[in-house]
Design a protein around this ligand. Structure first.
Ligand code: UD1
Length: 362
């Protein structure tokens, strides 16, 4: 069997790592394609290095653009790769534009698609990721779901049950296998941080960065906190804050840094007191690390993280955010972990691909 895996944006890289290794250990022929959706050194290359992923076999160099420009450019290049490589299966992960482009191009060329992290739904069609998730799931032949809720979502959309496999959370497998290594990171020393004495903020989602009032409302709350807040800043958020001259107006407790690699970010997060984010994956990583999370969105597709108060949704409402920060636990809580969020997810995925060949016939 020959499998073509497609990645492109930062949150894809940690999801492909254990799958790539598992296929390799089984001598499965595989081609790794990087669309180039993320191209900055610290949004892409450092992840390949930290995760010890090999250089992609194919790099498409697509870069940024509107959704149509970016996705269309990816599709036309992916088509060329599929014609050349003729894989038996395309594997895509997550919900970014590279995931969508990979899935559509493949199925149109009659190459079956496997989707890892299938079935998450925020039920918010304003999010580009929600559109990507729904479309990719609808055209995939093998759907690998991270949670029982995700399985239910797929069934309620009429997807055949025999194609849905509850395998657990692939990002958790990567987290477990890199936690020890992340302890060697020097990032806390470099930033003069004390363990459990600071918060982390990541904010980059289109719905938050397109409205500067939302960004300012969040920072107004954070500027007045006693806690130090470390902000690894996504290039787009940096541009927006810089354009409105707000980078100079941040409180002294706010420290803006470059986006971090996988190991340094894991070190930062696992030693923090709390995490504020609008990312999807970080909500899950925080739960696994027992770090309380406040999510700067009105909804989440990761509803399993909301159990036991491990994750609180506040949107961008300053009052809700202040209350959520005040309500953070004073002592560290060990949150119950969802089933199958373990170190065997890639093994389950590879077993199913090998055993369910009849589902790959279109
Ligand atoms: C993408 C994903 C999002 C994910 C995020 C992680 C989609 C629809 N969204 O959003 O789900 O959470 O990645 O980071 O696929 N830019 C750079 N350097 C880079 C990449 C981007 O400067 O290496 C800037 C460019 O100005 C670009 C903007 O960031 O226009 C947005 O990049 P894009 O890939 O379109 O989406 P993200 O916001 O990164």
């Amino acid at each position: 069997m020959k499998i073509l895996s497609i990645v492109g944006a930062r949150p894809n890289f940690m999801k492909i790592k254990p799958i790539y290794d598992e296929f390799k250990s089984r001598n499965i022929e595989q081609i790794l394609v990087h669309t180039g959706q993320h191209y900055d050194e610290n949004m892409s290359r450092v992840f390949f290095e930290d995760l010890e992923l090999p250089k992609p076999d194919v790099f498409l160099g697509i870069g940024s653009g509107t959704h149509g420009v970016q996705t269309g450019a990816m599709m036309s290049k992916i088509e060329e790769v599929l014609s050349r490589e003729k894989p038996d299966l395309t594997l895509v992960v997550g919900d970014v534009n590279s995931t969508l482009a990979g899935a559509i191009s493949s199925i149109k060329m009659q190459v079956p698609v496997a989707h890892v992290e299938s079935g998450y739904r925020s039920f918010d069609m304003r999010m580009p990721e929600e559109i990507n998730r729904i479309l990719v799931d609808r055209i995939s032949q093998l759907l690998f779901a991270p949670t029982e809720d995700a399985v239910k979502n797929l069934i309620s959309e009429g997807i055949e049950k025999k194609r849905i496999f509850f395998v657990g959370n692939i990002m958790v497998e990567t987290l477990i296998s890199h936690l020890e290594k992340s302890k060697k990171s020097k990032i806390l020393d470099n930033l003069s941080l004390e363990k459990e004495n600071y918060g982390i903020l990541t904010i980059h989602r289109a719905e938050n960065t397109s409205d500067t009032n939302k960004l300012i409302e969040i920072f107004k709350v954070l500027n007045n906190l006693d806690n130090k807040i470390i902000v690894p800043l996504h290039p787009r958020t940096r541009k927006v804050l810089s354009d409105i001259g707000y980078l100079e107006k941040l409180g002294n407790n706010i420290k803006i840094i470059e986006p971090q690699g996988y190991l340094d970010f894991l070190a930062l997060m696992s030693n923090s007191k709390f995490v504020l984010t609008d990312s999807g994956g970080i909500q899950e990583e925080a739960l696994m690390l027992d770090i309380p999370c406040i999510t700067l969105r009105e909804n989440t597709e990761r509803i399993v993280t909301l159990k036991n108060g491990a994750n609180i949704l506040v949107g961008t409402d300053g009052i809700k955010l202040t209350k959520a920060i005040e309500s953070l636990p004073k002592i560290k809580i060990k949150y119950p972990k969802p089933p199958l969020w373990d170190d065997k997810v890639s093994k389950r995925i590879a077993d199913i691909i090998m055993e369910q060949k009849e589902l790959l016939v279109l």
